[in-house]
Design a binder for this molecule. Structure first.
Ligand code: ZN
Length: 365
């Protein structure tokens, strides 16, 4: 990979060239290449539309709300349609799950039909569009097990993140980037606006093990669990506290932008469980936000956890399931996990001792 990028001054490796070169190394390589190139085309369209801002009526407020109760803007709707129409045309896909749709979108084609499932968030962080701040698209590709050919087809989507064949995101920032993994490292491509080609600009991205950046929505602090409070308190105390070093806080409120920063220069991104809405396990969606990003972060040498469990090991119960997410620099995530382990152990002791007391009381009475 290093050789590909060191030549970049003379010969630029495009996404198509890169995928053609490596597709033989992967199971279903040819199909994955075709799907990734299709998705890349979608992201180019969305990038072009987003860059027009208010000059294009598509970006205005649509007035409807989606299944998550979020206000949909036109760009959400158009991005969603772009993904669906393009993927349907490939003939490779049997079903789609989108953040914008209540139910899976099943694609019936003649014969056996498509073999793959694609899950996506067509426009992540879309409330940022109004204020001209970076947004993104997130996606992931699975093999359709075809276990359920009938109406309960959503069951086929309930695979753990470990089953992902490929995943990626597009970041619509000052420049448009496409970051992908097919399960052996992470490659970053930048859109050359003159040629409209994605060019390999960040080969084999690695997340530094340590960091002095953390990224969390601090307005939820009073709702956090004790291990998260403890971690953030340590970061804020800086050199004078238990960590003995100063930290910076960064928060864009666009998952793609926040995680991209972690990939580029290290850091830890947290959207933990909180008690603001106790019934909700977390804020981010497992299938099309947490899993693809966790796959990428792990492939870049980082780590992703709920605090108590590796995100990619979670077996989903439903397609729009939410999870707590803590991802980024490996040693920092290890520390946060250890805070959860210690907290749970102390609580278990308290619970055990109180139930012991209860038993003793029952026995003595
Ligand atoms: Zn999203």
């Amino acid at each position: 990979m290093k050789s590909l990028i060191s030549n970049s001054a003379q010969i630029k490796t495009t996404l198509t060239q890169y995928l053609t070169l490596v597709s033989g190394d992967y199971l279903y390589g040819e199909s994955i290449t075709s799907l990734l190139l299709t998705i890349a085309e979608c992201t180019k369209k969305i990038a072009a539309l987003a860059s027009k801002g208010n000059l294009d009526t598509a970006v205005g407020n649509f007035g409807a709300t989606n299944v998550q109760g979020e206000v949909q803007i036109n760009l959400d709707v158009v991005s969603n349609e772009t993904f669906i129409t393009s993927l349907e045309k490939t003939g490779l896909v049997s079903g789609l799950v989108s953040e914008e749709l209540d139910d899976p979108y099943l694609i019936k084609v003649a014969g056996d039909g498509g073999e793959f499932l694609v899950v996506f968030d067509p426009l992540d962080g879309s409330s940022n569009v109004d204020v001209n701040v970076s947004v993104g698209s997130i996606f992931s590709i699975y093999k359709d097990n075809k276990d359920n050919k009938d109406d309960s087809a959503s069951l086929n989507f309930l695979q753990s993140g470990n089953a992902q064949l490929a995943a990626g995101y597009a970041l619509y920032g000052p420049c448009t980037m496409l970051v992908i993994t097919i399960g052996s490292g992470v490659q970053g491509f930048t859109l050359d606006t003159e040629t409209q080609e994605f060019v390999l600009s960040h080969a084999d991205i690695r997340i530094p093990e340590t960091t002095s950046d953390f990224s969390i929505n601090a307005s939820n602090e009073r709702h956090w669990e004790a291990p998260i409070q403890r971690y953030v308190d340590g970061c804020k105390a800086g050199r004078t506290g238990c960590r003995g070093q100063d930290f910076n806080m960064r928060w864009v409120a666009s998952m793609v932008a926040d995680v991209h920063r972690v990939l580029m220069r290290g850091g830890v991104y947290l959207y933990p469980h909180d008690n603001k809405l106790p019934a909700r396990a977390g804020r981010l969606r497992l299938l099309y936000e947490a899993n693809p990003m966790s796959f990428i972060v792990e492939q870049a040498g980082g780590k992703s956890t709920t605090g108590r469990k590796r995100v990619l090991d979670i077996k989903p119960d439903e397609i729009h399931q939410r999870v707590p997410v803590i991802m980024g620099s490996r040693l920092e995530v290890n520390l946060i996990e250890s805070y959860h382990t210690e907290f749970d152990a102390t609580h278990a002791e308290v619970k055990n001792s109180s139930s012991l007391d209860q038993t003793q009381l029952t026995q003595s009475s």
